[in-house]
Design a protein around this ligand. Sequence first.
Ligand code: AMP
Length: 282
Amino acid sequence: MLQTIPQLRSFAQSQRQSGKRVGLVPTMGALHEGHLSLVKLSQEQCDTTVVSIFVNPTQFGPNEDFAKYPRTLENDLRLLETHGSPAVFVPNAAEMYPNGFDTSIRVGNVALPFEGAIRPGHFDGVATVVLKLFLASQADAAFFGQKDFQQLCVIKKMVADLNVPIEIVMGPTIREPDGLAMSSRNRYLSPDDRCRAAVLSQSLFAAERMIIRENIRQAEAIKQKISDHILAAGGMTIDYVSVADSLTLRELETIDRQTVILLAARIGAIRLIDNVLVENAV
Ligand code: AMP
């Protein structure tokens, strides 16, 4: 297990010097099949995979669940051992943010709406820690889930704007049998709420069908349908339902290009996000 940035750096350097392609999978731990699918993708595309596990304090707001975020390191390490034994980087907060740390990466427009609007500073925290991980690991490729689609857009933009020499690869969202996107936070849902939560993905899939099969192109109609569907299940409040251009994340009135439908909702104290890409919306 690698715990310091110099350890990670010298490990990655030795791998690269022996001609190996290094893949990085950044996580906050509490690993599930979604994370493991990214590990597998990296192992398919790279010779050496590094999984980082770090619950990054700077991407949580003051009233968010940093303290309560699940930490299951022993289990995570066991899981990774049965999934090809990638190298694991587990820094502590002082390693990532030593006293006096005073730099932040702020990505522009793609970081502003949706999660960025509801969680001020969240993407600054994400971009900063991810860039630190990119630089320390000198990875050739990094793997992120579609589950956090806006995060992926933010990281791609940072990499493009700062000419970071790394390939960003998106893995598909891994779901439970009823469609709920896997998330480290799902374990905190009560059994009732866990049942209800399936409506989130179901509403997105129904919207996708409306667009593709019924050719409904008005974003407003789609958003309304999704909201109605979710609220009918009861016990949930909606933070946002948005229909946006999947490249720029600008909201659309008419679905006439590659589109992403994103939503965030709260079930009790638990906040869940999900999205679908409507690839053939044109
Ligand atoms: P997290 O530990 O929640 O920060 O997530 C680490 C990485 O795993 C991110 O790239 C997430 O997008 C990805 N991820 C989380 N949940 C899923 C999922 N259900 N399917 C695919 N990737 C996921």
